[in-house]
Write a protein that binds this ligand. Structure first.
Ligand code: ZN
Length: 495
């Protein structure tokens, strides 16, 4: 291992540990700034150039240089970023005469059954957001300027060249998804709006209504808290994966006051120290997010320890997201709910989740199209608020507010990683079902296939993993076909 790789690994270990300790409620305040300061030498053009000469290609030199270069921007913006996070933590909204932290607004909105009260909460949230937008805009402007200073024509150009990812190809795949699922989506959206959002007309449908719809608390009985961890271990054992006894997997299940209520995974030392942090409270959402984070945990904890640091920690995150989504998929899978939890009455839940995933796919497709406009250099920031609301509203038939045009942006085109992960997950699941049948999660052959993919870390990108799963292209075709079939089944049932 070269010196640069050793330094990078030390930085990543400290960075992930800080994320683990603050998220798990073991520390009161996050201090990422001093970690960047301790490793200041890493994030400079000189180090990136030196890495290009020193790190062999088989150690993932391109990936490593891309990471260092992207972090030159993040490092320059770290104080402004910390200020924004602090401002967001301190921001409050008024709810029934009481002051409530802005960060709780989304939770309140998801749990508010009355449409008028939900809209009042969202209006208060957006008013607080408008006050933060100048800080968001400043960060965006500075990162755009820095990419121009490095000689790229736009931030999009900077990202594509460094990461070796052609976003216009992904844009075409997502446009196909938007076009070919428009009919089935509108039909499903209407059905669920009438059933779950009484008093909200099609023309009045807003993003806050979808947050409430997604909460779907009436399905929570399907997912008891006490079976959350045991059902996962039972599944992995059936597949011949010894996760319960793997010392690399550190399950943090203790209750702590400041622990994040949402499950997360911290790959502190890959593969030897990977934390899976949860506070089980039961319900569909808890299972979805726990299984998702478990997928990340398995991917990191079973990575081949002999891989270079770039292939254990960095690379195409579409791959780790696809592994996370594959395990998460268990909670959208009727045979698994029956086998693992003994629930046979899950059809209504499964159909709903299937619809909601289509909403999310369309939302993320629109996010990609919008972010290409935001980062493409063609439009001023002032124009982007309107483009955001138009693009998202057109794709989802749900009204989006222009005030969210900078908050609802994933750093470094992470929306593209999710979209690629969705395509890859569908292919991995299809391959598992084809080889091992509908109950693939009980077959040691499926365990071996997944273990082999996990062991690669992120040495290979999503296209290469797709080829390993037996596909000739990473695209939306299997997803589109799935919704067409579901629609045809529905129509034949109605006739
Ligand atoms: Zn994830």
């Amino acid at each position: 291992m070269t010196d640069i790789e050793k330094q990078l690994e030390a930085f990543l270990n400290e960075f992930e540990r800080e994320g683990y300790e603050t998220g798990a409620g073991l520390k009161d305040e996050a201090d990422f700034t001093s970690i960047y300061e301790r490793h200041a030498g890493l994030f400079s053009h000189e180090t990136a150039a030196a890495a290009r000469g020193a790190v062999p290609e088989e150690n993932g030199c391109g990936t490593l240089v891309a990471f260092l270069t992207v972090n030159i921007i993040d490092n320059a913006l770290k104080e402004a970023m910390d200020e924004l996070i602090t401002a967001e933590l301190k921001a409050t909204i008024q709810v029934n005469g009481k002051e409530v932290p802005l960060r709780q607004a989304q939770i309140l909105i998801s749990n508010e059954p009355d449409p008028a009260a939900r809209r009042a909460l969202d209006a208060a949230r957006l008013a607080a957001q408008r006050k933060l937008n100048p800080q968001y805009a400043d960060l965006q402007r500075r990162s755009h300027l820095m990419s121009l200073d490095m000689g790229y024509v736009s931030y999009t150009d900077f990202f594509q060249k460094l990461e070796g990812l052609d976003l216009s190809v992904l844009k075409a795949h997502t446009q196909k998804l938007l076009d070919e699922t428009a009919g089935v989506y509108e039909e499903l959206l209407n059905r669920y709006r009438s059933a779950l959002l009484p008093g909200v007309s099609a023309a009045d449908l807003e993003q806050c209504d979808m947050a409430f719809m997604r909460r779907a608390s009436h399905f929570d009985d399907l997912f008891p808290a006490k079976q959350l961890v045991s059902s996962a271990w039972k599944t992995l054992a059936a597949m011949g994966v010894d996760a319960a006894d793997n010392p690399n997997i550190r399950l943090d299940i203790e209750r702590r006051e400041n622990k994040s209520p949402r499950a997360f995974c911290s790959p502190v030392r890959v593969p030897h120290e990977v934390y899976l942090v949860i506070m089980p409270h039961g319900g569909a959402d808890d299972y979805n997010s726990f299984l998702h984070e478990l997928g990340h945990t398995l991917h990191f904890a079973y990575a081949d320890p002999a891989l270079p640091v770039a292939h254990r920690f960095l690379g195409d995150n579409s791959v780790t997201e696809a592994h996370a989504m594959t395990i998460e998929y268990l909670s959208y899978c009727g045979p698994w709910l029956e086998w693992a939890l003994g629930k046979s009455e899950s059809r209504e839940y499964l159909e709903f989740m299937d619809f909601f995933e289509l909403y999310m796919l369309r939302r993320y497709s629109a996010k990609l199209h919008y972010e290409l406009a935001l980062h493409g250099g063609e439009y001023g920031l002032g124009e982007c608020a309107g483009i955001y609301a138009d693009t998202l509203t057109r794709a989802t038939s749900v009204q989006y507010s222009p005030d969210d045009y900078l908050r609802d942006v994933d750093p470094h085109f992470y929306c593209a990683r999710y979209l690629r992960a969705w395509m890859l997950r569908r292919q991995i699941v299809s391959a598992l079902e084809q080889k091992f049948g509908g109950a693939w999660f009980t077959d040691p052959g499926a365990g071996r296939m997944l273990h082999e993919l996990w062991s690669l870390g992120q040495k290979e990108n999503a296209e290469a993993v797709s080829a390993r799963a037996g596909f000739h292209e990473l695209n939306m075709d299997a997803i589109i076909a799935h919704y067409r079939q579901a629609n045809a089944r529905q129509e034949s049932k109605e006739n």
